[in-house]
Design a protein around this ligand. Structure first.
Ligand SMILES: C[S@@+](CC[C@H](N)C(=O)[O-])C[C@H]1O[C@@H](n2cnc3c(N)ncnc32)[C@H](O)[C@@H]1O
Length: 240
């Protein structure tokens, strides 16, 4: 609580009422929703309870993916961000690769509104639109990136997350693997000849997702990677 009050003192926007903010904190609301934005990869990203609060691991996903993109491609590539939420991944990648074409999709209209606002505020041109995973996708991409919902019922989750962040952004069917199964099964139709698929995963999902990836991409280079806390949090599928 003390740390959160310090956070509010530091980040609450000028003119906002600190005592009202502390009351919201005491009622169990995350500081990021109270402040109304977060810094993600150097960009100010608006958040409310229609979008997941961007996490530091996702900044690592962006960083690692950008290194791979630089190795494999020039700047002007097509990128698809599945489950864009606040738009944080799309906006960070568009800033790193200004000549790329970035599309961000989400099933949630409310999340897409925030993502569009965030693109405007960050002065980047990104095509955000509604799609149920690939249902409205007609293009082909050099890079598909996703931090999809991956929790299964019964997974431990802090009350502050469970009570505030959208369950649509957190939980997935099939023991948390639903999105990985669909993305990996269908991705081939939406990829160019050379490609990168970059996935954030739950810390106990590596083996299951590697198996699915090997099934659909037997000839690609499949790599799992850890986050700064040494947890297995990323899978990359690379076709050179
Ligand atoms: C874990 S959040 C990630 C948000 C953001 N990309 C980030 O990393 O902070 C997953 C996102 O997937 C979206 N989502 C859930 N079901 C979906 C579906 N069937 N098709 C597309 N997006 C979906 C949620 O609305 C949510 O915004």
């Amino acid at each position: 609580m003390k740390e959160d009050i310090e956070y509010l003192k530091k980040y609450l926007h000028p003119g906002e009422d600190l005592s009202k903010a502390i009351k919201r904190l005491e009622q169990g609301e995350p500081v990021q929703y109270i402040v109304g934005d977060v810094n993600f990869y150097g960009n100010i990203i608006k958040v409310n309870n229609n979008v997941l609060i961007p996490r530091p691991e996702t900044e690592e996903l962006v960083e690692k993916t950008s290194v791979l993109i630089k190795e494999l491609f020039s700047d002007n590539i097509n990128i698809l961000d599945i489950g864009t939420g606040s738009g944080c991944i799309s906006i960070a990648l568009k800033k790193i690769f200004p000549n790329s074409i970035v599309e961000g999709i989400d099933i949630s209209e409310e999340a897409l509104e925030i993502a569009k606002d965030n693109a405007t505020e960050n002065n980047v041109d990104i095509n955000f639109y509604q799609s149920d995973i690939f249902s409205n996708i007609n293009n082909k991409y050099d890079c598909i990136i996703s931090n999809p919902p991956y929790l299964k019922e019964g997974d431990y989750i802090m009350d502050i997350v469970k009570n505030n962040e959208p369950h649509l952004a957190l939980y997935a069917e099939e023991k948390g693997l639903y999105f990985y199964k669909i993305i990996l099964k269908e991705a081939n139709k939406y990829l160019r000849e050379r490609f990168i698929i970059a996935l954030e995963i739950g810390e106990n999902q590596k083996e299951d997702i590697l198996k699915i990836a090997e099934q659909y991409f037997p000839n690609a280079n499949i790599i799992s990677d850890k986050d700064l806390r040494k947890l297995d949090r990323f899978i990359f599928i690379i076709q050179k």
